[in-house]
Design a protein around this ligand. Structure first.
Ligand code: PEP
Ligand code: MN
Length: 410
């Protein structure tokens, strides 16, 4: 007979009692010690104990709560052979995880305690005794709020931080076009309150015939605008081979199309500059955080995430701004999150409302495209605000931030 222990706060909240429960063990189970612990999500229990929670599930004793949580659960096939289980145990022994088996009437599950981030789910599923595998703990560690509860503050320059209560607006043209253009826009957006200047020198364009950016010359012009205004600059990198050109840049942007360019991410992990990591066109939040993890695993912890809209069936906007990503990320990670309403909507007249919505949702900043003459812009004119429009937007953003700080968040 085996004692099952359900160790989940939410279950305790649901049932409010502690009860002992005994279940007949299987062959496998009889070989194992008596005290079994299940630490599984409520959903998982519902899925794999189909008759629901049997009467008498043991809701956690404090002793159990002190134990380390299970990070992964393996659901075994009914009738799995001892030999198959031994092979699985052997496979897992390479990962330095503890196995906590739990036996139900028809289902045996193994909870794995320890660092499961290196365990490949496919590698488990090829074992004949494995029916399903669920991760309970996220596969990202460095970016995980659980292991790093304090908010990361990314320091950019004297008095310019992002995250942990520091809100910043980055503004400027989609691409650097001429010295006059970038310098003029820089002065305008600075006057309106933007603290960082954006401008692409290497542009990822869908068509190879479209303007590709001024490349090295564009970076020089951007740095010249920094000299003129004192604003730190943010610009996109497309290849690790260009890194030497970026040595004086303040923040390196990884664009949506490169979010999963893992070799590039690894190289950026070796830099000491802040990285603005945009969300991929069709990537999940978890994939995005795993990309941040690539950079962090190499050493660079200074990452700002940027939600810039994702591909959906909707065509009224260029992308669909996933505002819920902000709130999800705030729960999952300590990294700052900013929003790009320009690429998210693709339409100038929609930018302001989405910028305000992002502020209301708790974003740590905004990145907004501004052009001194949008109809003549070489790239993304349709979504670029004029300096006057940007100024109005900034005033509303400031008002809303004050309201949030004084009326809502207090
Ligand atoms: C950009 O910021 O100019 C850009 C190309 O953005 P994204 O990678 O989000 O499309
Ligand atoms: Mn653009």
């Amino acid at each position: 007979m085996v004692t099952l222990t359900v160790c989940l706060d939410s279950l305790q909240a649901i049932f409010g009692v502690q009860q002992n429960f005994s279940y007949p063990g299987s062959q496998w189970n009889q070989r194992r010690s008596i005290d079994r612990v299940v630490r599984a999500e409520h959903l998982l229990l519902k899925d794999y104990l189909p008759s629901g929670l049997p009467d008498g599930f043991f809701i956690p004793a404090d002793r159990d709560r002190d134990q380390k949580e299970e990070a992964m659960v393996i659901i075994l096939r009914e009738g799995a052979l001892d030999l198959e289980l031994q092979e699985l145990e052997q496979f897992l022994s390479a990962y330095n995880v503890q196995i906590k088996p739990t036996v139900g009437e028809h289902t045996i599950i193994w909870g794995l305690v320890g660092d499961t981030s290196k365990i490949d789910i496919d590698g488990l599923l090829i074992h004949p005794c494995v029916k399903d595998v669920k991760r309970i703990q996220e596969p990202f560690k460095a970016a995980n709020k659980k292991f790093h509860p304090e908010q990361t503050v990314v320091h950019i320059a004297d008095g310019i931080d992002i995250g942990g209560g520091n809100f910043q607006v980055i503004a400027g043209p989609c691409s650097v076009e001429t010295e006059e253009q970038i310098t003029e826009v820089a002065k305008d957006v600075k006057a309106s309150g933007a603290k960082l200047l954006r401008g692409g020198a290497f542009k990822p364009r869908t068509s190879p015939y479209a303007f590709q950016g001024l490349r090295a010359e564009g970076l020089e012009l951007l740095l010249h605008a920094r000299e003129q205004t004192g604003m730190p600059v943010v610009t996109e990198i497309m290849s690790a081979a260009h890194l030497p050109l970026f040595k004086d840049v303040d923040v390196i942007q990884v664009g949506a199309r490169n979010m999963q360019n893992f070799e590039l991410l690894k190289e950026l992990g070796k830099q000491d500059k802040p990285i603005l990591l945009k969300r991929g066109l069709a990537n999940t939040i978890e994939e995005w955080l795993m990309s941040a993890e690539y950079i962090m695993a190499e050493g660079n912890q200074n990452i700002i995430l940027c939600e810039r809209g994702i591909r959906t069936f909707e065509t009224a906007t260029r992308n669909t701004l996933d505002l819920s990503a902000i709130t999800v990320l705030k729960e999952k990670t300590h990294l700052p999150v900013i929003v790009d309403p320009s690429h998210a909507t693709g339409v100038r007249r929609y930018v302001e409302t989405m910028a305000l919505a992002a502020v209301a949702a708790g974003a740590d900043g905004l990145i907004i495209e501004v052009h001194n003459d949008p109809p003549k812009a070489l790239c993304d004119g349709a979504q670029s605000l004029t300096p006057e429009q940007f100024d109005t937007t900034m005033k509303k953003v400031e008002k809303l931030r004050r309201f949030m700080e004084t009326e809502i968040n207090n």
